[in-house]
Design a protein around this ligand. Structure first.
Ligand code: FAD
Ligand code: 2HG
Ligand code: ZN
Length: 486
């Protein structure tokens, strides 16, 4: 895809030349830290969904914050545009250059800096892979307060830059609360650091909060300090079948009341998402008694297995007795827990498996949440675009799932090919629908390139002006992640 219908290259940005390459080579000392050959560039130029494709000619992979600073200072002076990139698992095209921007990858900055086993504070480089950080914490009896399906690839810095939410936000809260400090390089090369901040610090503006969720438009995050909870010693997973969305909400209310402090995840999935995931996993669904319109995955995390299991079993028995749950299973061991989780965590991959996927990551008041999937489906059917089995139709189906406990729906429109007709059918329809329900057009994935023209559906003119003022103040040349949402 080219973006010529959406945006033009801004001629204020300089085009890369030999002199620049010499300069970067000099800073990075070792040629291995620069990528400029076509084949190796491919991974960095294309996003996880294979939907966005940039044309960068250069990836820089610095090893130190000072190198990042020198790179940014030079790029600012030369007006060379830069896209910070973590694990490149973002879902809104934010980590991909639009034209020839330089990609600044944090993947060589991957060291744990320190861990305080009394306070639970972890300090690490931004390029540490989330799963590696969590494995390190596990050895120390702690857990990273964020978990998501992309953990094997995404970076700690990348999740902060997107303010990712994930599977346990319900339990551990947002990164705006758990991140204690950041180290970052501003567009002019200034190194900002609050990495030594402690749990409480009320000394003036909390600048790091601007960087959390800034999607690479305000600074390059190079280090993160984060407060980590003790790792639960007992975890249980239940998978339930439910006959209506109305009832899913009742199960949620019951789970919060009865499981209270041990509830650590409440995920919901519609039947269509499970059908697609089953095709993708080539496996039989864990609930064998039939196809149900909705499923719920409940996780508990605590410190006493007998106590937690008893609570979960009582909850499930009551829910079945009251007719809220039609069928359900509780994992008996770790392997079964993981297997149940895979029916939730594999949905993003399954959704793209037939060719591509249009993703809408939205917050909507709970009572209306699933209505968006039904509305999108009706719209696509009216346009005669959908057929799950027929290759003649471009759309496989619209599925809904997500972090119900956080009021966060993922509407995925699974397609055989990316196609302007599908996009026009869905946009701005989906965004208008969300606005009408006072929702947000991005609950957790951000705006990136995908939603650059739609910010007005969720932010007022005053809010947008404040965002632009801040951007212009810290990045007057606009070199950091241009053409995206700001
Ligand atoms: P990238 O994709 O590389 O970058 C994302 C954005 O951050 C870009 O705008 C980039 O410019 C910027 N950026 C990256 N690193 C830095 C840095 N060091 N400094 C400044 N800017 C930077 N998200 C959720 O919220 N919840 C989920 O449950 C969830 N599950 C997912 C499951 C799968 C299978 C996938 C593929 C994605 C999922 N995501 C989820 C999307 C989520 O946004 C990303 O996985 C993650 O936040 C991005 O991290 P990354 O290191 O890959 O960043
Ligand atoms: C998830 O919750 C992620 O699995 C990805 O946020 C959602 O792919 C999606 O739409
Ligand atoms: Zn999600």
């Amino acid at each position: 895809d080219t973006y010529s219908d959406k945006v033009q290259r801004d001629s204020k940005y300089k085009k890369l030349d030999e002199k620049d390459l010499l300069f970067f080579r000099d800073i990075l000392k070792d040629g291995n830290y620069m990528i400029s050959n076509e084949q190796d560039l491919e991974f960095y130029n294309e996003d996880w969904m294979r939907k966005y494709k940039g044309q960068s000619q250069l990836v820089l992979k610095p090893k130190t914050t000072e190198q990042v600073s020198e790179i940014m200072k030079y790029c600012n002076a030369q007006k060379l545009a830069v896209v910070p990139q973590g694990g490149n698992t973002g879902l809104v095209g934010g980590s991909i250059p639009v034209f020839d921007e330089i990609i600044l990858s944090l993947s060589n900055m991957n060291k744990i800096r320190s861990f305080d086993s009394v306070s639970g504070i972890l300090k690490c480089d931004a390029g540490v892979i989330l799963e590696n950080a969590d494995n390190f914490l596990a050895e120390n009896g702690y857990i990273f307060p964020l978990d998501l399906g992309a953990k094997g690839s995404c970076h700690v810095g990348g999740v902060c830059a997107t303010n990712a939410g994930g599977l346990r936000l319900l339990r551990y809260g947002s990164l705006h609360g758990t991140v204690l400090g950041l180290e970052a390089v501003l567009p002019d090369g200034t190194i900002y650091s609050s990495i030594d901040a402690l749990r409480k610090d009320n000394t003036g503006y909390d600048f790091k909060q601007l960087l959390i969720g800034s999607e690479g438009t305000l600074g390059v995050i190079t280090g993160v300090s984060i407060l980590c909870p003790s790792r639960p010693t007992s975890t249980n997973v239940a998978f339930l079948a439910v006959s209506s969305y109305e009832t899913v909400q009742k199960v949620f209310v019951g789970a919060r009341k009865e499981l209270s402090e041990i509830l650590s995840a409440f995920e919901f999935m519609d039947g269509k998402s499970q059908l697609l995931t089953g095709r993708y996993l080539k496996a039989d669904h864990p609930i064998e008694s039939g196809d149900y319109p909705f499923y719920v995955l409940i996780e508990t995390s605590g410190s006493n297995r007998d106590h937690d299991m008893e609570k979960l079993e009582t909850f499930l028995a009551n829910a079945m007795e009251e007719g809220l749950v039609d069928d359900g299973i509780i994992a008996q061991d770790e392997a079964q827990s993981q297997s149940l989780w895979s029916w939730r965590e594999s949905i993003p991959e399954a959704s793209a498996h037939d060719g591509g996927v249009y993703k809408y990551d939205v917050s909507i008041p709970l009572k209306d949440l699933y209505g968006l999937v039904e509305a999108a489906e009706t719209k696509l059917n009216e346009a005669n675009l959908v057929d799950i089995d027929s290759n003649d139709k471009p759309v496989v189906g619209a599925i809904g799932y997500g972090h119900l406990g956080d009021g966060n729906l993922h509407l995925n429109v699974c397609v055989r090919e990316y196609n302007k007709n599908i996009e026009k059918t869905l946009e701005p329809f989906v965004y208008e629908w969300i606005q009408e329900k006072q929702g947000s057009i991005s609950a957790e994935h951000g705006l990136g390139f995908q939603k650059k023209n739609y910010i007005g559906y969720s932010k007022s003119d005053v809010e947008i002006k404040l965002i632009k003022d801040i951007k212009n103040h810290y990045d007057p040349n606009g070199i950091l992640n241009p053409y995206k949402y700001v």
